[in-house]
Design a protein around this ligand. Structure first.
Ligand SMILES: [Zn+2]
Ligand SMILES: [Zn+2]
Length: 520
């Protein structure tokens, strides 16, 4: 530690740091442009608290360290800092670090204006670990400020309570692309953070680094991946380092809840979720669904038809107590290469649709070796095989998960880079896409269209309530990959979706339903 350049001291002005409401984000803290930019940042996440620390650095502070104190309450799960200062035009530099009540928690110098620290993860430069309640210090270092100058600084400290771990600042949930469109991803994969393995550089079988998974996803042309290691969230830590580098690949933190009564992916979490089904802490799947709902997460039942025995312990969906299945919104209809096989999730999905539920069918590779590029008998399938293609308002976690909920989604079973499937049904209200719910009166004549791109000699199969014979699609003359069909509403409840087969009659694309409500 340097000495002789001015004393450590507490920045008294900042002692008044107050807990502020959302509006304070929009309140300019000073005339300095940089300070305004921070103050005008995104809204306070619901459930979180924001502390606003600000002050002024003077020329006499050059080559000293300034501590800006703030209090962290009991039960805080995450602390995120957004910092900026003025005076850059005068070459003023303010470095940044963090002390907890017991000591050092990291130093990023002048390299970062935002960072986060939580039990399981922290921005590189900072140390993850539990957040003790008490007085913390933002540590400012002043490498340079010219004689006669001063500079304002502001730090917004977002405190995320343990009860709402997903209440994080927007910087931790980036928007990689702002425009609506079809986004292609893989919702199920494993890495060294659970049981994935691959050959090391010298050929030994080792836990497979997450970096390779993301490189494989990029090479497969994916826009997003959900990282779903078994029963852990230790991958939250590398996400902090890897997401800025993979700025064209959205990393959705997930966890494969791996129980003795089935597996389910949970998407969008920022902290562990209890998986100990059947224990005192977690009675049954309904308790899981309660927690998922409370935290605003999304749950998908995985590979429901796999066995649950010594071939694959706990893999199949085998709840020991009744589950409120009407709360299931997503099912992994295709896992790896299981489409069309006896363990396909499609019949399980259809059974829920037949109950009148809205359930989005998705796919996931369940990859356990990121270096695998080919599909092989009995082996893990490559990342992106299958892909789940989601029509979303943007490429962000919130938009992708909302897109899955909305159901304008298809599964690209063979993991192509460019295949597309659109189905729409028009019962007099204009064409409605997959995921839409229509309510045509008995006798209404409806027209539908199916559009397929990227697949030569495709065969379209329309499934009305699972029946592949009920509706015959007609190819549109002169327009490859276009079909039309007619259907007359009968006042009863239905679901209608498309499967597309390739020239070898293999299942290539699995569409999600349009839903028809019963009408009086
Ligand atoms: Zn599984
Ligand atoms: Zn898995």
């Amino acid at each position: 530690m340097r000495s002789g350049h001015g004393p450590w001291r507490v920045w008294r002005h900042a002692l008044a740091a107050a807990i502020v409401a959302a509006s304070a984000w929009a309140t300019a803290a000073s005339a300095a442009v940089a300070v305004d930019a921070v103050a005008a940042a995104d809204a306070v996440p619901a459930g979180a608290t924001v502390l606003r620390l600000h002050g002024t650095i003077h020329d006499r502070d050059a080559h000293s360290y300034v501590q800006v104190p703030f209090d962290v309450p009991q039960g805080t799960a995450r602390l995120s800092v957004r910092f900026d200062h003025g005076g850059r035009e005068d070459k003023t530099v303010i470095d940044l670090g963090l002390l907890d009540p017991h000591g050092f928690r990291g130093w990023s110098g002048g390299s970062k204006r935002e960072f986060t620290v939580a039990a399981s993860d922290a921005t590189p430069s900072y140390l993850p670990g539990t957040l003790p309640a008490g007085r913390w210090q933002l540590l400012l270092g002043i490498p340079n400020i010219r004689p006669g100058r001063s500079a304002d600084y502001i730090a917004l400290v977002t405190l995320t309570p343990r009860a709402h771990p997903e209440a994080v600042p927007a910087a931790l949930a980036p928007v990689l692309r702002a425009q609506p469109g079809w986004y292609r991803g893989d919702l199920h994969m494993h890495s060294a953070h659970s049981d994935a393995s691959c050959a090391s550089r010298s050929g030994t079988r080792v836990p497979c680094p997450l970096f390779l998974t993301l490189q494989a996803a990029g090479a497969a042309g994916l826009d997003f991946v959900a990282l779903t290691d078994h029963n852990t969230v230790s991958h939250l830590q590398p996400i902090r380092e890897l997401q800025p580098y993979f700025d064209d690949l959205l990393l959705i933190p997930g966890m494969e809840l791996t129980t003795f009564q089935g597996h389910a992916n949970v998407f969008g979490l920022q902290d562990w979720i209890d998986f100990r089904l059947g224990s005192a802490s977690l009675q049954d799947w309904n308790a899981v669904l309660d927690e998922v709902q409370r935290r605003g997460l999304l749950l998908s039942i995985n590979h429901p038809r796999l066995p649950n025995d010594e071939r694959c312990m706990g893999c199949g969906w085998t709840p020991e107590r009744p589950v409120a299945m009407e709360r299931i919104a997503v099912v992994e209809a295709v896992n790896g290469q299981d489409a069309g096989t006896p363990v396909s999730g499609i019949p399980f999905w259809h059974a829920l649709l037949d109950r009148g539920q809205r359930v989005t069918g998705v796919g996931g590779s369940d990859n356990h070796d990121a270096t695998r590029r080919e599909v092989g008998e009995g082996a893990t399938t490559p990342v992106g095989h299958p892909a789940t293609v989601v029509h979303a308002a943007a490429l962000s976690q919130a938009a992708i998960l909302d897109g899955i909920r909305a159901g304008r989604v298809f599964i690209d079973v063979q993991g192509s880079r460019d295949r597309k499937l659109e189905l729409s049904l028009d019962c007099g209200q204009g064409p409605q896409p997959m995921g839409a719910e229509l309510a045509p009166r008995d006798g209404t004549a409806c027209q539908g269209t199916v559009e397929v791109d990227g697949l030569a000699d495709a065969r379209v199969e329309l499934l009305l309530d699972g029946d592949g014979q009920a509706i015959e699609p007609r190819p549109v003359a002169g327009q490859a990959g276009r079909w039309r069909f007619d259907w007359q509403a009968d006042g009863r409840r239905h679901w209608l979706r498309a499967n597309v087969h390739d020239a070898q009659d293999r299942l290539a694309l699995v569409g999600n339903p349009v839903y028809v409500k019963a009408t009086p």
